[in-house]
Design a binder for this molecule. Structure first.
Ligand code: PLP
Length: 449
C-alpha cells in the first residue's frame, strides 16, 4: 500500500524530473539544512488562495511572482478564455492578425493617451526587454546614428535574465556567472529613497541621482541609445522605492540628449503602484513601455512593448532589413491576448484603481505595527506594494521567513532581508488581516531560530 501523501508523491516526482527556476535544486532536498527551500505542490487555486494536494492552503501574498491580479481561477477570465478556446487558440502573427490582438493593441494605446500607439508582442518579461533594447538600437541605426549603441541602467536594476536583458540587470547573483557572455551597459546611481542623507527628502534623493544621470549623459550621450528604468520601484533588488521626480528629470534629460527612455513596467504596471502605469505618476510618457506579468491577469505568458509613431516610423520602409525582424512563435497568442482583454475589462467594470486606494490603506494598517519592531526598518508602500527591511545578519533569514510564512498559511517570499507583500487585488479584509498576522508570526519565528 502507498503510504505517501499525495503531496509527497508529487514532490518526489517533481524533484526527479523538473528543473525549477531560480533554484539551487539541492536546497529542495535536505529538509534539515538552513538553506532548505521547501517545494510546495499545488493542486488548485481559488481567489487569493492556493491549495496543496493534502488540503493545506496558502494565501498568495506575492501574486505568484507578481503576476496574478484578480485571483486564481477567476470566473470572468476563465469564461473569456473558454469562449476564446472555442474560437481561435493561436495563429502566427506574421502575415496574420486576429480580434484579441487588435483590440488589446488599441486599448493599450488608449491607456497611453495614444502616445505609444504601436504594440509588439512576445511571451515573457525578459523578451520584452530584449525587444525594447533591440528596437532602440535599430532605431538609431535606421536614423543615421549608428554610433548610438550603448545602454544605461540604474544601480540595482533588474530587467530579466536572458543574455541581452542581463546586460541591463545589475544583480550580481543573476549576472556574475555569465559575465563573459554579457555586453556591458553603464550603470548610474539609483534614486532609492532609502539612500537619503541626513535631512534629505525622497525628492532630493531623486534630484541627486538625476544629477549623476545628467553628468553621465553630458559625457556619453553620443554613444547611448537608451536609458532603461523600472519606474518608481526597483522590485527585484528589494522593493527600492523612489520619488516620481526622478522620472520627470530623466525624461527631460533623455529629450535633451537624444536618448530613448524605456520604462520597464513589467512588475510595476497594471495598477501595482496605484496608477495603471507607474510612470503616470510623473506625468510623462517614455519612448518604450515593457509590459508583462499582470497584463494577462497572471494566466498566460504575454509580454508587450509599446512604442511611439516616431520609433515605428523609423522602421517603415520598402527595405526588409530596415524592418524589425524579431519574432517568437507565440507572438500575439490569441488566448493570452484574450486573458489580457478580460483583465482590462475587470479594471474598467470594477473601477479597480479606485477600490485599491482603500485596500492599500488596509494593507498599511495591517503592517504598520511592525514599524515598532526593533529589527524592522524602512516600512514603505506605494499603492499595492508594501515592504520593510529586516536588520539581521543571518544569511538564511529569507528562507527561514519563507518557511515560517508557509507554516502560517501564507506565500511570502522575501528578497534577501526585504519582506514585502504584493497581493492580488481581490484580497478582502480577512485576507489582509491574515497576511498581517502571518507576516508578524513569520518575522518573529525567523528571527528567533
Ligand atoms: C522589472 C522586471 N523586468 C523584467 C522581468 C523579467 O520578466 P520574466 O521573468 O517574465 O522574464 C521582471 C521579472 O521579475 C521584472 O521584475
Amino acid at each position: 500500500m502507498n503510504t505517501q501523501s499525495a503531496n509527497q508523491d508529487w514532490l518526489a516526482r517533481s524533484q526527479a524530473a523538473v528543473w525549477h527556476p531560480c533554484t539551487q535544486m539541492r536546497h529542495h532536498a535536505d529538509a534539515g539544512s538552513p538553506a532548505h527551500l521547501p517545494l510546495v505542490p499545488i493542486a488548485r487555486g481559488s481567489g487569493a488562495w492556493l491549495y496543496d494536494f493534502d488540503g493545506k492552503r496558502y494565501l498568495d501574498g506575492i501574486s505568484s511572482w507578481w503576476t496574478n491580479l484578480f485571483g486564481h481561477a477567476n470566473p470572468r477570465i476563465n469564461a473569456a478564455l473558454k469562449e476564446q478556446l472555442e474560437t481561435l487558440e493561436h495563429v502566427m502573427l506574421a502575415g496574420f492578425t486576429h480580434q484579441p490582438v487588435v483590440e488589446l493593441s488599441e486599448r493599450l494605446s488608449a491607456l497611453t493617451g495614444g502616445v505609444l500607439g504601436h504594440a509588439f508582442y512576445a511571451s515573457d518579461g525578459a523578451s520584452a526587454t530584449e525587444i525594447a533594447l533591440k528596437m532602440s538600437f535599430h532605431y538609431w541605426q535606421n536614423s543615421g546614428r549608428p554610433e548610438k549603441t550603448g545602454f544605461l541602467c540604474l544601480a540595482g536594476s533588474y530587467h530579466g535574465e536572458t543574455v541581452g536583458a542581463l546586460a541591463v540587470t545589475d544583480v550580481a547573483i543573476f549576472k556574475d556567472a555569465y559575465a563573459p557572455l554579457i555586453r556591458a551597459a553603464a550603470t548610474v546611481p539609483s534614486p532609492d529613497a532609502r539612500q537619503a542623507r541626513d535631512g534629505e527628502t525622497p525628492t532630493e534623493v531623486a534630484r541627486r541621482a538625476a544629477a549623476a544621470l545628467e553628468a553621465h549623459l553630458a559625457q556619453h550621450h553620443a554613444t547611448i541609445a537608451a536609458l532603461i528604468v523600472e519606474p518608481l520601484i526597483q522590485c527585484a533588488s528589494g522593493m527600492a522605492m523612489y520619488d516620481p521626480e526622478y522620472l520627470r528629470l530623466a525624461r527631460s534629460l533623455c529629450d535633451r540628449y537624444d536618448v530613448h527612455l524605456i520604462c520597464d513596467e513589467i512588475a510595476v504596471g497594471c495598477g501595482r503602484t496605484g496608477t495603471f502605469f507607474a510612470h503616470d505618476q510623473a506625468d510623462i510618457r517614455p519612448d518604450f513601455i515593457c509590459l508583462s506579468k499582470g497584463i494577462s491577469g497572471g494566466y498566460l505568458p504575454l509580454s508587450i512593448v509599446l512604442t511611439t509613431d516616431a520609433v515605428y516610423g523609423a522602421f517603415y520602409d520598402d527595405a526588409t532589413a530596415r524592418g524589425f525582424l524579431h519574432s517568437h512563435s507565440y507572438t500575439g497568442n490569441a488566448l493570452a491576448c484574450r486573458a489580457a482583454l478580460a483583465t482590462l475589462d475587470i479594471f474598467r467594470e470594477d473601477d479597480v484603481l479606485k477600490q485599491n486606494i482603500d485596500r492599500a490603506q488596509k494593507l498599511w494598517n495591517a503592517l504598520a505595527p511592525l514599524a515598532e519592531h526593533p529589527q524592522v526598518t524602512h516600512l514603505r508602500q506605494r499603492g499595492m506594494i508594501i515592504a520593510f527591511d529586516v536588520k539581521s545578519g543571518d544569511p538564511a533569514f529569507s528562507r527561514r521567513f519563507y518557511r515560517s510564512a508557509l507554516a502560517n498559511e501564507a506565500l511570502i517570499r522575501p528578497i534577501g532581508n526585504t519582506v514585502y507583500l504584493m497581493p492580488p487585488y481581490i484580497v478582502g479584509d480577512e485576507e489582509i488581516a491574515h497576511l498581517g498576522q502571518a507576516t508578524a508570526n513569520a518575522l518573529n519565528e525567523a528571527l528567533v531560530q
